[in-house]
Unconditional design. Structure first.
Length: 212
């Protein structure tokens, strides 16, 4: 029998889709696609996006069995900040997530995926864990079909995939922010493809628990 490649020590048919930079209007149709497939995902939220509507979206994520992680408050490049500012970015966001969802976040992800050993040590006392990725996509800069082909062409049991359901509001005026419609469409295609392969989408917590 051919051996199946797997990540994070997992041989079970499980994968984790994760989404950065929300909550946003694009998060809701992504959730609808997930719900149709009885799939769960992990969303890394930006604190300044958690307004009244954003908080309601985060509650919907958790009510559907998903989870929310900390993606800082303003989406800065953490490696360019003083230690105190790094801690404030995360410490300011955690209570917003907890207030919205009733659950304190367990994970954090660095904006632009820029971090180093110093940051990992600095942030650890906050009780937040960074989780390594195995598939990083350019869904923000390509078609839905390209993103789908990219993910399905590489994905194996145990993979954690990075996608984007929003954008940092400080990148420019709200009405000028790029759309994430291609990501929404890609998620529908990816979920169909995963179902055909017998792969099930779970949260990061569930995936890591399966690894023991």
């Amino acid at each position: 029998m051919e051996l199946v490649e797997h990540r994070h020590g997992i041989a079970a048919p499980l994968v984790a889709l994760t989404f950065d930079d929300g909550p946003s209007p694009w998060t809701e149709p992504i959730l609808a696609h997930l719900e149709r497939h009885a799939a769960r995902a992990t969303f890394f939220a930006i604190g300044e996006a958690i307004d009244e509507r954003g908080a309601a979206i985060l509650r919907r994520i958790v009510d559907a069995g998903g989870e929310v992680g900390n993606h800082t408050y303003t989406h800065p490049r953490l490696t360019q900040l003083a230690d105190a500012d790094v801690l404030e970015e995360l410490a300011r966001t955690t209570p917003l997530i907890e207030e919205a969802t009733g659950v304190r976040p367990s994970y954090w992800r660095a904006p632009y995926l820029e971090r180093n050993d110093h940051l990992l040590e600095l942030i650890a006392p906050l009780g937040l864990r960074e989780v390594e990725l195995s598939i990083v996509t350019a869904d923000y800069a390509q078609s839905a079909e390209q993103t789908c082909d990219d993910v399905l062409g590489r994905i194996q049991p145990g993979d954690i995939v990075a996608l984007h359901d929003g954008r940092n509001r400080r990148d420019g005026p709200t009405d000028s922010l790029p759309t994430r419609e291609n990501t929404v469409a890609a998620v529908a295609l990816i979920l169909d493809g995963l179902a055909e392969r017998g792969l099930r989408c779970v949260t990061v917590t569930e995936l890591l628990a399966a690894a023991g």
